[in-house]
Design a protein around this ligand. Sequence first.
Ligand code: ZN
Length: 391
Amino acid sequence: MEKTFMPPFKTAEALLDHQLNGLQWTVAHAYSGSAFYRKQFEKAGVMPGDVKTLDDIARLPFTTGNDLKEGYPFPLLSVPEKDVVRIHASSGTTGKRKVLTYTQKDLDTWFDMFARCYEMAGVTPEDRVQIAVGYGVWTAGMGFQMGCERLGAMAVPVGPGNIDMQCRFLEDLGSTVFCCTASMALLMAEEVHKRGLKDKIKLKRIILGSERSSASMRAKIKDLLGLTDMFDITGMTELYGPGTGLDCPRHEGIHYWADKYILEILDPDTLEPVADGEVGEMVVTTLEKEASPLIRYRTRDLTRKIAKPCSCGSILPMHDRIMGRSDDMIVLRGVNIYPGQIDEVLSSISEAGSEYQVHLERKEDGKDYMVIKAEAKQGLDPSAAARSGIR
Ligand code: ZN
């Protein structure tokens, strides 16, 4: 049988059992290994022995990005420093970066998760994977590289930019998979088109990290490069790095690795779970992370869970695309509104461009009003714009 990086569980119940074991281990490990977590647990009045079911996660204290900055340089450290084999840091431009520590086991877990992403995207050891993301203290390059080698495919580590070398290697080495950001993918697609290389390259798949991309942009990239498929990979430095989820070839949502972390979707205001399928903040708890475990870490990213299972048959659950940051949430007449929802509405109006402003006002009647001013699409006939209410 082929080597697989998919979880060994056959049923949802087995997955939940595994989650409970992981949660109990993580809480006991963080309590005994980290003064920060011990203090947090004591403040919340909860002891490791109190976690008896998965629902008991609601009793655990939250961890925030601020906690990571305050604990600089080694926040959340829960193992002796001698067991740390690597650090990575977030690419923050202001103030202190978030530095995350890894044991060898943490790295192995991360690369297995990343290899699972490649496997789910249909990448095999026969493939040649050209990696056009940044290498260094941030997690992107290392994740794509080590995940590729773990799977057994051939890594071509070019790094970002360097369009001439990218094109040369696509042609000479016959790379079949390309990993980059959405804007880099568009740039490459246009470059390959301009240089007339489409029939000389063997590119089949693109794996996109970090940036959001529109449907029209994706269609253009796919067409110009003659791809069979494109995938979105998720992840953040705090949670190992990229590689913690991917949309499968059915593209019905993003499968996330529920055997490695628990995902809660909470109302950012009340910190209570949202109703099934509603948008809320992603809050993650790791199940086997040793050096910097996360307990109810508030990611500030917004999405919703997708309730129905994927038609691909995987037992790994799914969430929707990231719809913005919880810091950008507006409460209008008691309803939580997120920028991603406005994007979604505007993208369904063919005359609307992608830039818009939101004007909020409380009028004399005491009610809140929201006006959205959207840019008209480039080249739009002004009379058509007027008809659709866009100025
Ligand atoms: Zn699927």
